[in-house]
Design a protein around this ligand. Structure first.
Ligand code: S3P
Length: 174
């Protein structure tokens, strides 16, 4: 059994994924981190040097590798994981997928001083977030088994909501 968290950058996939894994006694895998181990540098450096398409190739390979591994795990994914149809298909087939969502305005507050996310290093990050959200929201929706709002609510409330949905899908905490 694998649980995958999908959603926009800075929605809290890594923080929530780590906590969720502890609650369910599962391994935790941050796919962005696994990608950085595979490429041997930061995602930002790789984007700058090799371009986005090369990054997406590595991202797809790392996803396929991790969903094929045995054992229960929570996977936190990069915000662009849903862009490729083969990634969406893999996630749907092999994982219980939770879409964490918030408005671009809320996300902006969380990424204001962020220098690690290459797609957000622009003059108008809100416009970029709005653009990404418009393009991706339907893809997140079609990939997910359920949705959880992660904007106003604190981490505890979001975790409780995730657990409620996971219980509906037959998953009990450890
Ligand atoms: C990306 C999001 C990042 C990372 C890369 C590309 C995106 O992950 O995978 O910078 O396309 O939205 P986070 O969602 O953890 O920021």
């Amino acid at each position: 059994m694998k649980i995958a968290l999908i959603g926009m950058p800075a929605i809290g996939k890594t923080t929530l994924g780590r906590k969720l894994a502890r609650i369910y006694g599962m391994d935790f895998v941050d796919l962005d981190h696994a990608i950085e181990e595979a490429i041997g540098c930061s995602i930002r450096e790789y984007f700058d040097g090799m371009g986005e398409a090369a990054f997406r190739d590595v991202e797809s390979r790392v996803l396929a590798d991790h969903v094929a591994r045995p054992g229960a795990a929570v996977l936190s994914t990069g915000g662009g994981i849903v862009l490729r149809p083969e990634n969406r298909a893999l996630l749907r087939q092999r994982c219980l997928v939770a879409y964490l969502f918030a408005t671009p305005e809320v996300l902006l507050r969380r990424v204001r001083n962020d220098r690690t996310r290459p797609l957000l290093q622009v003059d108008d990050p809100l416009a970029r977030l709005q653009e990404l959200y418009a393009a991706r929201h339907p893809l997140y929706q079609e990939t997910a088994d359920f949705h959880v709002a992660a904007d106003a609510a604190g981490t505890r409330a979001v975790l409780a909501e995730l657990q409620r949905h996971l219980a509906v899908h037959g998953l009990q905490s450890a």
